[in-house]
Design a protein around this ligand. Structure first.
Ligand code: ZN
Ligand code: ZN
Length: 265
């Protein structure tokens, strides 16, 4: 059985990601209303009743808005690190004790036939972390909501078969745009989000012959455009000698439409 995934929704209005094997069907984040999440799962062809658990990356509302509702409605255990649990406790409603699990930063857990490794990122939340997923020699890396991609993170996420990777903003659109100065500072800072250019530069260090697809994620609605993100990242990758027509497909993601399920073979 293969490793398959869908970016159900991505962007500052809400994030949710699905990854599955034969035995495990995991939701990462539930940053949309329960109703919207159900619609997205339906559109991607995923039966909510088949889900096995929810992993959380951090407590920002675009990642946990529907977490409590989804966990209760679909009877799912939640995994997050202790600081994230503390930070989100008051906003997700009551979760039964036997559905609360700790997933420490830089820990690898085995769920059935899927290994999941967490790693910390540089972002203004309590203890933000993202994940790589490993199954039968295949690897998927999920990295968004980080101000920069450290060498430590690069070591963990390198050589994946597929990347869901942040390309949040175009720096000049952000600088010229209407956001207040302090918000611009936050986004551009080390604890904010990765720009198209920085995303591409990090990716050039990460991808190798195994890499089949890159999904640009967490695109800003106000400071980026899908075409621009793909063009900016694509140009830099081509410049560095990666053949996008031959080996690697570059995709964008959407806040309201799930990507078709991709099976890594
Ligand atoms: Zn976010
Ligand atoms: Zn965030």
């Amino acid at each position: 059985m293969t490793l398959s995934f869908s970016v159900l929704a991505s962007g500052s209005s809400g994030n949710a990601f699905f990854i599955g094997t034969e035995k495990e069907r995991i939701l990462v984040d539930a940053g949309l209303t329960g109703k919207e999440l159900q619609r997205l799962l339906g559109e991607a062809g995923i039966d909510p009743a088949s889900l096995t658990k929810i992993l959380v990356t951090h407590e920002h509302s675009d990642h946990i808005k529907g977490l409590g509702v989804a966990a209760r409605k679909f009877d799912l255990p939640i995994y997050a690190n202790e600081k994230t649990w503390k930070a989100m406790e008051n906003s997700i409603g009551k979760i039964p004790l036997d559905h609360k699990f700790v997933f420490d930063m830089e820990e690898t857990k085995t769920f059935g036939d899927l290994d999941v490794q967490s790693f910390g990122v540089s972002h203004d939340a309590a203890e933000p972390m993202f994940y790589t997923f490993h199954h039968e020699g295949k690897k998927v890396a999920l990295v968004t909501d980080t101000g920069y991609v450290s060498d430590r993170v690069k070591k963990i996420v390198e050589k994946a078969d597929a990347y869901i990777f942040e390309a949040n903003h175009d720096v000049s659109m952000l600088q010229m745009g209407a956001y207040p100065w302090n918000v611009k500072r936050r986004i551009l800072g080390d604890l904010g989000h990765v720009s198209n250019e920085d995303s591409a530069l990090a990716l050039t260090d990460l991808i190798d012959n195994n890499t089949k697809r890159i999904y640009l994620a967490h695109l800003s609605r106000d400071n980026n455009m899908k075409d621009l993100a793909r063009l900016a990242v694509g140009n830099i990758l081509q410049e560095r000698g990666f053949d996008l027509n031959k080996h690697i497909e570059l995709h964008d993601t959407d806040p309201k439409t799930p990507t078709p399920i991709f099976q890594i073979v």
